[in-house]
Write a protein that binds this ligand. Structure first.
Ligand SMILES: [Zn+2]
Ligand SMILES: [Zn+2]
Length: 638
C-alpha cells in the first residue's frame, strides 16, 4: 500500500522535492517523488517500519518555501518498492537549510562555523558555478579535492550525495579579514569563530564591514547608522518585535528562498532612522548567518545592509575565489496573493517545458533547448548550442551571429511568459504591462498585438504643454510662476532633465528621493478610506502624462498631505488599469485578464486593481518574476 501526499509548489526549481528524496533515502523508506506542473507528488511505502521516523525528519529538515501551497493525502494500492531518485539538480541560490544551519552551529560538527556549509538543497551554490553539466570540475572548487570525510559523505550522505560543492574547513576555502594593516586568516573552525566574533565586535562598535558572502558583496552597518533602506535580520524571534507582519510575511521571510520584503516597521528607533517601511530580509547565506549569530550574542538582532561595494568600510572579509552574484528575489505579498516582483535568485536557473527549436535571450539570461526541456541561465554558463531560430529582446547584446534572429519587446515577452506559465498560450487574453512604461496588449492565442502603446515621457516643454492643456490651464502656470516659485522651479528642473514620468511625479510631490518606489513607500503611510481623483486617461490612444502631472500639481497647490496624494496617484492608476482592461475584455470577448511588469508590485495599486476586477481575477506569473526577468521565458514562445 502507498501513502500518497501532494504539495502544491509553484517553482521550476526542484529543491523541496529533492529534500524529500534525501529524507526518504536517509531512512531507507521506499518512495516515488515527482514534481511537475507546480505539484509535488510523493507515493510512500506506508508499511515501512521507519516511516514515522521519516515523517518526523520532515518536520525538522524540510524547509518552508514561498512557492508552497496547500497539501492533501490519500491511500493507494500501488506497491512502492524502490528508494526515490533525485530530480534534476541545478546550482541554487538559496538560504541555508535547517540541517546545514544545525551543522554550522554545532560545536561537535566538522563544519562548526564553516561559512561555506551547504548541501544539494541549499546555500549560495550559484556563486561558484561555471558551466553545465553541474559537476565539481565545472565549479570554482575544481582545484580543491574533497578530504576523506567529505569524499565519504559524497557517496553516502543523502543530503550530499554527488554534491559538486562539498567541503569543510579541512578541504575548504580559507577566509581573510583585513582591518587597517592587520590581516587575520581563518582556516579552522576555531579561527572562523574568531573571525566572526571580531566582525560582530566591529559592528557593535558602530563600524562598517564589507563581506564577500556567497550571495554577493554586502556591507553591514549598525541599523541606526542612517542612510540605509534595507535591514538584515539575524534573530527570527525578534521579527515580530521589529516589524508589523501578517503571518504570510513572517513565513515568507523565514522560507528557504529568503526573499526581500517591503515591510512595516514597528520598532520606534528603526522608524526614526528608516521611515515607516523598509526592505527586510532574514539572514540567508553562511557568512551572514554566522555574523548574525555573533551579533545576537552582542544583543544586536538586525543590521543595515547594502550591496554598494564602494562604501568606505572599516574592515573587509574576503577569500580568493571570484563569485557570480544574482539579483535578490523581491517578493510581493498580501493576504490574498503572492508573487515574485523581481530578481534572479530562487527563480533561475530553471528548466521549463515544452521545448522548442529556439534560443531566447533577454536581460543577460538565455533559454536553450536541452533534450525535451528548455534550460534558462546566463549565456556564459550554457555554452554553445545549435538552433534554427534566435529570439532576442530588442537591444539585447548577442555575442554571436545567426542567420535567423527575431527581436521581441519586453511587454510582449512578459505577457507571453505569464500565459505560458499558466498553460494559457492557446487562450484569448488582455494584458496590462506596467514597468517604466504602461502598455495594453491582446491575444487570441499565439499572436500578441499591442492595443495601447506606451507614450515615452518627454520632459522638454512640459510647462508650456501644461499651460495649453485646457481652458484656464495657463492661469495655473501663471499662478505657479508668481505665487509658488519653488514648485515652478521643480517644473523647470524636470524640463531640463530626462527623468521618467514617475520621477517627475515624485519631484512634484516633493519627495526627497524622486523615484517610483519612494512614491509607493509614501503611499503606504496613508491611513484612510479613499483617495482623491488624479487625472488618468487616454488622449489619442496614449496615457495622458501632461494631464496626470497637472492634476498632481493642482493638489499640491491645495496643500493635500503627501501620503494622501501619493496614495491617490496609485488608486487612480488602479482605476485606470481596471477600466481599460474591463473595456478591452468586453470588446474583445477575451477569456482572461493578465497583469505583468514590476509596477504592479505595489500594495496601493494592486489592491485597487484587484478590487475593481473581482469578477475576473487577474492571471499573474506563478513562479517567475512578474518583472522584466521573465522576458527570457516569454521569448521562447514568441
Ligand atoms: Zn543544506
Ligand atoms: Zn572536507
Amino acid at each position: 500500500m502507498a501513502f500518497i501526499f501532494e504539495i502544491g509548489c509553484d517553482t521550476h526549481q526542484k529543491t523541496i522535492a529533492n529534500t524529500l528524496v534525501s529524507i526518504f533515502r536517509m531512512h531507507g523508506v521506499e518512495a516515488s517523488i515527482e514534481h511537475e506542473n507546480g505539484l509535488i507528488t510523493c507515493a510512500i511505502n506506508q508499511d515501512h517500519p521507519r516511516l514515522q521516523e521519516a515523517f518526523d525528519a520532515m518536520g525538522s529538515l524540510l524547509p518552508a518555501s514561498v512557492f508552497m501551497r496547500g497539501s492533501s493525502h490519500r491511500f493507494d494500492e500501488t506497491p512502492v518498492t524502490r528508494l526515490p531518485e533525485f530530480l534534476e539538480r541545478l546550482p541554487l541560490g538559496l538560504g541555508v537549510c535547517p540541517r546545514c544551519t544545525g551543522e554550522m552551529l554545532d560545536p561537535s560538527s566538522r563544519r562548526y562555523y564553516y561559512p561555506f556549509t551547504s548541501c544539494n538543497h541549499c546555500g549560495g551554490q550559484y556563486a561558484f558555478f561555471d558551466a553545465y553539466p553541474y559537476v565539481r570540475e565545472n565549479t570554482a572548487l575544481r582545484a580543491i579535492p574533497p578530504c576523506p570525510a567529505c569524499a565519504h559523505e559524497f557517496s553516502a550522505d543523502p543530503f550530499r550525495e554527488g554534491y559538486p560543492q562539498i567541503g569543510c574547513p579541512e578541504c575548504g576555502v580559507g577566509v581573510s579579514m583585513r582591518e587597517g594593516d592587520e590581516l587575520f586568516l581563518a582556516r579552522s573552525s576555531a579561527e572562523y569563530k574568531t573571525l566572526f566574533e571580531r566582525a560582530a565586535a566591529l559592528i557593535a562598535a558602530g563600524k562598517k564591514i564589507r563581506i564577500k558572502t556567497t550571495t554577493g558583496i554586502r556591507v553591514f552597518a549598525p541599523s541606526d547608522a542612517g542612510g540605509g533602506t534595507a535591514l538584515m535580520v539575524f534573530n527570527a524571534s525578534k521579527l515580530s518585535t521589529l516589524f508589523s507582519l501578517i503571518d504570510e510575511e513572517f513565513n515568507a521571510l523565514l522560507s528557504i528562498e529568503r526573499p526581500v520584503l517591503h515591510v512595516a516597521l514597528k520598532d520606534e528607533r528603526l522608524k526614526s532612522v528608516m521611515g515607516d517601511t523598509a526592505d527586510a530580509q532574514y539572514c540567508d547565506d553562511g557568512f551572514t548567518l554566522l555574523l548574525g549569530r555573533e551579533l545576537i550574542e552582542q544583543g544586536i538582532d538586525a543590521a543595515a545592509v547594502s550591496t554598494d561595494e564602494h562604501t568606505p568600510v572599516d574592515a573587509v572579509i574576503d577569500y580568493d575565489i571570484a563569485i557570480n552574484t544574482q539579483s535578490p528575489m523581491r517578493l510581493f505579498l498580501n493576504k490574498d496573493v503572492r508573487f515574485v516582483a523581481q530578481g534572479e535568485r530562487g527563480s533561475f536557473p530553471a528548466f521549463v517545458v515544452p521545448a522548442l527549436d529556439v534560443a531566447s535571450f533577454a536581460h543577460s539570461l538565455a533559454a536553450v533547448r536541452v533534450g525535451e526541456k528548455m534550460l534558462i541561465d546566463r549565456p556564459e554558463h550554457l555554452g554553445g548550442t545549435a538552433t534554427s531560430k534566435v529570439n532576442a529582446l530588442e537591444g539585447e547584446q548577442l555575442g554571436f551571429s545567426h542567420g535567423n534572429i527575431h527581436r521581441f519587446d519586453q511587454d510582449t515577452a512578459s505577457f507571453m511568459a505569464v500565459l505560458a506559465e499558466n498553460g494559457l498560450r492557446k487562450n484569448s487574453a488582455v494584458c496590462a504591462y506596467f514597468d517604466e512604461t504602461i502598455t495594453f496588449l491582446y491575444t487570441k492565442g499565439e499572436h500578441i498585438t499591442r492595443i495601447i502603446p506606451a507614450e515615452p515621457f518627454v520632459s522638454a516643454g512640459l510647462i508650456g504643454r501644461i499651460g495649453s492643456l485646457r481652458e484656464g490651464s495657463d492661469r495655473l502656470i501663471g499662478n505657479l510662476r508668481s505665487q509658488h516659485v519653488q514648485l515652478y522651479g521643480v517644473l523647470e528642473t524636470i524640463e531640463s532633465s530626462s527623468c521618467s514620468l514617475f520621477e517627475a511625479a515624485a519631484m512634484i510631490v516633493g519627495l526627497e528621493n524622486p523615484a517610483m518606489n519612494a512614491l509607493a513607500k509614501e503611499a503606504l503611510r496613508f491611513v484612510g478610506k479613499g483617495g482623491l481623483q488624479i487625472d488618468t486617461k487616454l488622449r489619442d490612444n496614449r496615457f495622458d502624462s501632461v494631464a496626470f502631472l497637472a492634476s498632481i500639481i493642482s493638489y499640491r497647490l491645495a496643500d493635500v498631505p503627501t501620503p494622501l496624494l501619493c496614495y491617490s496617484i496609485f488608486e487612480s492608476l488602479g482605476d485606470y488599469f481596471s477600466d481599460i482592461l474591463t473595456e478591452l475584455k468586453n470588446r474583445s470577448k477575451a477569456e482572461h485578464v493578465v497583469l505583468c511588469g514590476s509596477g504592479f508590485a505595489n500594495q496601493s495599486l494592486y489592491s485597487r486593481v484587484v478590487r475593481n476586477l473581482k469578477n475576473t481575477p487577474p492571471v499573474l506569473s506563478r513562479s517567475f518574476p512578474i518583472g522584466r526577468e521573465n522576458g527570457v521565458v516569454g521569448g521562447i514562445y514568441l
